[in-house]
Structures are given as structure tokens and as C-alpha cells.
Design a protein around this ligand. Structure first.
Ligand SMILES: *Cc1c(COP(=O)(O)O)cnc(C)c1O
Length: 372
């Protein structure tokens, strides 16, 4: 398989020491020494989520963390209000419906942020709703949703709040507790900078209240946060999770989050913003108009319209074939072949990579315009 420079919104190219940690010997997933390494990792993640709640490393992709949150917070037949302005908002509704929930979507156009007032309206119209949920960075459209403001609405109504922060944690500001988030879902392979395989999920006191209110809803075992808490309590010094842990991936994630904290969360965020502005300016110069306004930019992911008449799927292939760089096209019917998406959610992407991708996009524009 040809190795491409990854500039997609996950998985990202991890730093070299992260891959070294990943490639070390396989160790047993229990015992005090292992438990200390695991706990060190979850403690660092708490700093990144900015929560005093609990963090678990679910073994799976980001969707596992979203699934566990929704499935643990509500019982079948209950109502959930979910923001939908892209592919991953839609995925939340699919997960909700798969649990037999009555899903009330709060929609915004793909490309527009969700409106907090719409959540307030939805709660007023659906006083029996048991939770609300939204995606932080809607990766499919590169739109950042007003997660803190939606959290204020949830707080005013005393309703549990579930956030899909899969593509934002580590790359956008996150203040889980200050913003009133009760369940926060993430993944190892995006801004956290490790290979895919772990889905860190954080649960605050309001989240546990919801879990306790529901009791045992028969929502399975593996992604049931009750089960994860039970093992974290009863096997705390030996094996604080229910199953075999993905030890190598945990060691990789431990290294990448340590690097993030050592670099400084704020410094890392500033660097991403600077790269995003640099990329946007260059995209405009070569005729690729950014998909969202600069004031609303996602610092770790940039979308742009392709030059008129060229399907962006062709641009993505050209950039991979001719420049060995993997970028993304639009996700979902509405944006497919309309936009390109360039991920810069890792310290392994720098200015030189931005210059190179710009060169590739300009070459794609010229080559494919001649073809058209
Ligand atoms: C990537 C992503 C997911 C899904 O993650 P998987 O790891 O593929 O399950 C969910 N939500 C958002 C916002 C994402 O960017």
C-alpha cells in the first residue's frame, strides 16, 4: 500500500515517539504497574477535557463513545433532542434510533452552525425529552457548533447534555464542566494524536445521575457505562475496566497526550489557528474559496470549494496520485464532489505541508481544468 501524507480529519499521522510507544512489547493489561499507566493516561485526558468527572478508554472508534453515552443515558422509548447539521449529527440520530429512542432533530443547514435558541424551543415543545446532544466540530462540513451556548440551554432546563467531541478534543477549546457537558465522547485518532482504536469518554456527575435514573435498561454490556464504572470501582487497583485493554494503543495515547500537555493546550491551539489562517489565505489565492467564513473557522480542519466545474473527488485522487498527500472530499450527498477538506489536527502537519498541499491543489486545478 502506498504511504500517503495524511491530511485528512482523522486518522492523523502520529508523532514518532507515539509510534515507538505503540510498537513496544505487548504487556499484560492488569496488575498495579499497568493500572498506573492506564490511570496516568485517563488523568491527563481529564485535564484535556477539563473535567473533574470520570474518563474511560473504551476500546473502539469514536462512535463507540457516542454510542455508550446515548445508550447509557436513556431508556428505550425515551425522547432525545439531537442537533443535526451534518453527517455526524445524523449519526447521533441513527445511534439514538438504534436504541429505540424517540429522536427529535434540531436541524440547521449543512454548512451552518446549530442555533441554541432552536434547542430551547425544542425543549419547550418536548418537555418529556430526557437528554439533548450535539456535535462539537461537525467534521463533515467543518462547522463548529456553539457547544457552550447549547450547554447553557441544557443547564437552564436541567437536562443531561451529550457532546460528540470526537474531532475537537485536543484541537479546539474544550471546557466540559464549565460548559455543562455531562457526557463527552472522543477518539484516539484525531486531535489526540494516536492511532485509531480507543474512544475516551468522559462522564460528569450529571451524567451519572442520568445513568442512575435510567436504572438497567438492558442496553447491552460492552458499551454500557454502568459496567465500566463498576469495574473502575471494584477492580480499581488491578484492572479498572471490564475487558482486555488495548495496551499498545493506550501507551501510544499516553505518549501523545503527554506531548500535548507538555506543548501546552493553549499553545497547541494557537498553532492550529495560525496554520488554519495561513492555509485559508493560500487557498483563496489559488481559487479555492473556504467553505466557512474566517470568523467561524475550525482551527484543525479546513474545507474549501473546488474550482468551478471540477468534481472535488477528482482533485482528491490527483493530490494522492501525483503528490502522495491524502486529503478528503465532501462527506454526504450534499457536499460530495463540492468541497475538499484538509485536516491539520496534529503536530506532524506544519507550514511546509500546507505549502505542499497548496502546490498540489493548484496543479490539480490546472490539470483537471484542461481535461474538462
Ligand atoms: C470521526 C468522527 C466520528 C466517528 O468516529 P469513528 O472513530 O469513525 O467512529 C464521530 N463524530 C465526529 C465529529 C467525527 O469527526
Amino acid at each position: 500500500m502506498k504511504i500517503l501524507k495524511l491530511m485528512i480529519p482523522g486518522p492523523v499521522e502520529p508523532e514518532a515517539d507515539v509510534m515507538e510507544a505503540m510498537g513496544g512489547p505487548v504487556v499484560a493489561h492488569y496488575g498495579p504497574e499497568w493500572t498506573a499507566l492506564y490511570n496516568e493516561t485517563t488523568e491527563m485526558l481529564k485535564q484535556i477535557f477539563r473535567t473533574a468527572g470520570d474518563v474511560f478508554l473504551l476500546i473502539g472508534s469514536g462512535s463507540a463513545a457516542v454510542d455508550a453515552s446515548i445508550g447509557s443515558a436513556l431508556a428505550t422509548g425515551e425522547k432525545i433532542i439531537l442537533g443535526v447539521n451534518g453527517f455526524f449529527g445524523e449519526r447521533m440520530t441513527l445511534i439514538g434510533r438504534a436504541y429505540g429512542l424517540d429522536v427529535v432533530p434540531v436541524e440547521a443547514e449543512w454548512g451552518q452552525p446549530l442555533r441554541p435558541a432552536d434547542f430551547a424551543d425544542a425543549i419547550r415543545r418536548n418537555p418529556d425529552a430526557r437528554a439533548i446532544g450535539a456535535v462539537h466540530l461537525e467534521t463533515s462540513t467543518t462547522v463548529v457548533n456553539p457547544i457552550a451556548e447549547i450547554g447553557q440551554v441544557a443547564g437552564r432546563h436541567g437536562i443531561p447534555y451529550i457532546v460528540d467531541a470526537v474531532s475537537s478534543i485536543g484541537g479546539l477549546e474544550m471546557r466540559m464542566d464549565d460548559w455543562g457537558i455531562d457526557f463527552c465522547a472522543s477518539a484516539s485518532q484525531k486531535c489526540l494524536g494516536a492511532p485509531p482504536g480507543l474512544a475516551p469518554v468522559a462522564v460528569g456527575p450529571g451524567g451519572w445521575e442520568a445513568v442512575e435514573r435510567v436504572g438497567n435498561p438492558h442496553h447491552g454490556w460492552y458499551l454500557n457505562l454502568r459496567v465500566w464504572r463498576e469495574y473502575a470501582d471494584k477492580w480499581s487497583h488491578f484492572h479498572p475496566f471490564p475487558t482486555t485493554m488495548a495496551t499498545n494503543t493506550t501507551l501510544a495515547l499516553r505518549t501523545s497526550v503527554k506531548n500535548l500537555l507538555e506543548a501546552g493546550i493553549e499553545q497547541r491551539l494557537d498553532r492550529y489557528c495560525e496554520l488554519a489562517r495561513y492555509l485559508r489565505a493560500q487557498l483563496r489565492q489559488i481559487g479555492y474559496e473556504p467553505f466557512t467564513p474566517d470568523e467561524e473557522m475550525a482551527p484543525v480542519l479546513t474545507g474549501a470549494y473546488g474550482p468551478p466545474g471540477i468534481p472535488t473527488g477528482k482533485i482528491v485522487s490527483f493530490v494522492a496520485d501525483e503528490y502522495d498527500i491524502k486529503i478528503s472530499g465532501g462527506l454526504g450527498e450534499r457536499l460530495e464532489d463540492k468541497i475538499v477538506r484538509i485536516g491539520h489536527m496534529t503536530p506532524t502537519v506544519g507550514r511546509a505541508d500546507i505549502d505542499r498541499v497548496i502546490e498540489a491543489l493548484a496543479a490539480a486545478r490546472d490539470a483537471l481544468a484542461n481535461e474538462a
